[in-house]
Design a protein around this ligand. Structure first.
Ligand code: ADP
Ligand code: MG
Length: 361
């Protein structure tokens, strides 16, 4: 096991990068704590696989260093880094039996046959592969093949990190849920560092303690699910996490107060700080969950109320801007003309997408 630090990592696939858009990763500084369970979350093309391949050593970054427990491993190849990587599509030895596939990484490391049998058997049991241990890998289902790939990562006693790159893409939805909880259990039991790549927020939120959100080759936030929800560091996080995502209102500063149109809004930002007064696009962000109907708030127009099962989402308009309000089960939705209040502690201000410093407590 090891702590992994990325220092100033940048990567371009083009030999002569010029503009911003030539960089798949822009400048990444990040520490993955030993034993942590992380989700690396972001839309397709944001650089997730590139980042994993740099950590595992499959790819040499254009700039920056990779450290394992403080030691520079940038020049080391994948095998010397002792990382188990599971890919989107299963990688199995078709002609070997399922058991031999699981045993392979252990035999390769010279473990004695009794230990190989014990570990492979244990992993097979955890993944419910016992029934097909004697079968050739080519003959098993796609789900089972991906379980074999997972098993080959989990079976190794010496791994620094297990990295999984959208591993459940090919898995049947029901089994997906099972495997997710299994992974969580295994992480608790063995304490390996886990980096789980996904573009699915639900998967990230249910699996990991820490979520690293990647957007356009940059880490926009790394934190607990709660912190991503309550204090998105970037409007992208606000929009990407949550359903529906955070509302955004064009805003401006006037006499030291934040305004949406003509309305003065109480916000959780230090508006006297230098970064608040800089140039750039100013927005107020507040999640649907942090807005409620009340008798003495801002006047809004309610256009539509959508039933979402145990709650409702009201679609409304404030100063010409459309936004959404979360209405909990049993909550009343007033008529077309209503009033709302924003919870100040969760009403954030962003400049050019980035969160302004909160007001001092
Ligand atoms: P993700 O895994 O988040 O979908 P990737 O890391 O695969 O993203 O890709 C990040 C960016 O780098 C994308 O714009 C992609 O087109 C580009 N890219 C990925 N792999 C290569 C490659 N081998 N050669 C050139 N460009 C690549
Ligand atoms: Mg990818």
């Amino acid at each position: 096991m090891a702590e992994i630090a990325l220092q100033n990592i940048a990567h371009s696939y083009s030999p002569g990068p010029r503009g911003e858009e030539d960089w798949a990763l822009k400048k990444i500084d990040l520490v993955w704590r030993d034993g942590g369970s992380y989700a690396l979350l972001g839309p397709s093309g944001c650089g997730k696989s590139t980042l994993l391949n740099i950590i595992s050593g499959l790819l040499q970054p254009s700039a920056g260093k990779v450290l394992f427990d403080g030691e520079d491993v940038s020049a080391l190849g994948p095998s010397a880094r002792n990382i188990a990587q599971v890919f989107q599509f299963p990688v199995v030895y078709d002609t070997m039996t399922v058991f031999d596939n699981l045993a392979f990484p252990l035999r390769n490391r010279g473990l004695d046959e009794a230990e190989v049998r014990a570990r492979a058997g244990e992993v097979a049991e955890m993944l419910e592969l016992e029934h097909s241990l004697r079968r050739r890998a080519r003959a098993v289902s796609a789900d089972d093949k991906q379980k074999i790939s997972l098993g080959r990562a989990l079976v190794r006693p010496d791994v620094n990190v297990i990295m999984l790159d959208e591993p459940l893409t090919v898995i049947d939805p029901h089994l997906k849920w099972q495997l997710r909880s299994k992974l969580k259990q295994l992480h608790r039991r063995f304490g390996f560092t886990m980096i789980y790549v996904t573009h699915d927020q639900t998967e990230a939120l249910t699996l990991a303690d820490q979520i690293v959100v990647l957007h356009d080759g940059r880490v926009v936030q790394s934190g607990t699910p709660e912190s991503l929800f309550e204090r998105p560091q970037h409007t992208f996080v606000g929009h990407f996490i949550g359903s529906p995502g955070m509302n955004r209102f064009p805003a401006r500063l006037q006499n030291g107060a934040a305004r949406i149109g003509e309305l003065e809004i109480a916000v959780d930002a230090d508006l006297s700080a230098p970064d608040a007064r800089g140039e750039g696009k100013l927005e107020i962000g507040v999640r649907p969950e942090h807005i409620r109907f009340c008798d003495d708030g801002f006047p809004v127009r309610v256009h539509r109320v959508r039933d979402a099962g145990r709650y409702q989402i009201a679609e409304a308009e404030l100063q010409g801007v459309k936004f959404k309000i979360y209405v909990p089960e049993g909550g009343a939705v007033p008529g077309e003309d209503a009033r709302v209040r924003f919870e100040r502690a969760y009403t954030h201000v962003y400049r050019d997408g980035w969160l302004l410093r909160p007001a001092a407590a």
